[in-house]
Ligand binder design. Structure first.
Ligand SMILES: *[C@@H]1O[C@H](CO)[C@@H](O)[C@H](O)[C@H]1NC(C)=O
Length: 295
């Protein structure tokens, strides 16, 4: 019945639709249409007038392959991206990553009530492609520390954008949080090594031993004294330098402060191990006046 009455309008709409669709490269727009079609169908079924179902099904069926095709174009351009032309010699978030984050956030948003497995699979592929590209971009920075800073800035921006789309967080957000965690640990270690390499080397190689039991080469006051004095004279200035470094490296102030806090925690850990070791050395109490109080 409806097809008979509406065949004229349908013909006009179809003609227009069929001419528009092959030129549409807007994946978000296509997904939005798919969702709107579905909502239309739901509303009409609640009102018990499902007369447009077969028409809307047809539209849905023609939208999906187009969406998939446009999505694959995005995937292809990430996979085949020319790293050299994309590189901006800037440690701040890269615009490709920002586009990726916003694109993904929109799709996550459009999938909230649907939980479409196929779409999730597609987003997973896109995520892997962008991971790879970001790694390649990072490798273009000559210094490992800058590589890590670049990665942290990009991960942090991505997480912020994804959080806006779904505050409860999903698989993709979790993935970037894990990457952020491991990159942060890497950066903290690099940063501390720049300023306290002797202390760290000592703690890692010697301080775990029990000084009384290690018979061949017990730790002596003479061995730790330069470490203790050096730390006492420099720690404030070094932390100041670390603070400056962090402020200029990270685009997001909060993320930077989080990283500085992690660095200071780690430093405290190293220093505590040093002071515990000194307590166990014969005559170690002579160094008490030079030890910085943990608090
Ligand atoms: C729309 O088409 C897709 C792919 O052909 C299908 O998986 C989905 O169930 C369809 N949606 C509706 C509401 O019919």
């Amino acid at each position: 019945m409806s097809s008979l009455i509406l065949s004229g309008p349908f013909a006009v709409i179809n003609e227009y639709f069929n001419s528009i669709l092959p030129n549409c490269y807007d994946a978000i727009g296509l997904m939005l249409m798919i969702r709107i079609m579905h909502q239309h169908q739901l509303i009409m079924s609640w009102r018990r007038i499902p007369c447009l179902d077969s028409y809307l099904d047809k539209v849905n069926i023609s939208l999906w392959p187009r969406f998939k095709m446009v999505f694959d174009l995005h995937l292809g351009s990430l996979r085949n991206a020319n790293v050299r032309t994309l590189l901006e010699d800037d440690i701040h978030p890269h615009y490709v990553m920002r586009h990726y984050a916003e694109f993904t956030a929109s799709l996550i948003h459009l999938n909230v009530e649907y939980g479409d497995g196929q779409l999730e699979l597609n987003m997973e592929q896109l995520r892997m492609a962008v991971d790879e590209l970001l790694m390649k971009l990072a490798k273009m920075f000559p210094r490992p520390k800058l590589q890590t800073v670049f990665l942290i800035n990009n991960y942090d921006m991505t997480i912020t954008v994804l959080k806006e789309a779904s505050p409860e967080g999903g698989k993709i957000q979790f993935h970037f949080q894990e990457l952020l965690k491991s990159s942060t640990a890497l950066f903290v270690e690099e940063l501390l090594l720049e300023h306290f390499s002797d202390l760290i080397k000592f703690v890692k190689t010697r301080a775990s031993e029990d000084p009384s039991s290690s018979s061949d080469k017990p730790i002596t006051v003479a061995e730790v004294e330069p470490l203790v004095k050096d730390f006492a004279s420099r720690w404030k200035a070094a932390i100041e330098l670390m603070h400056k470094d962090v402020i200029t490296s990270f685009s997001n102030f909060l993320c930077g402060m989080e990283i500085l806090r992690a660095a200071l925690t780690q430093l405290l850990l190293y220093y505590t191990r040093l002071s515990n070791c000194i307590k166990r050395i014969n005559g170690g109490s002579a160094l008490n006046k030079d030890l910085v109080s943990i608090s």
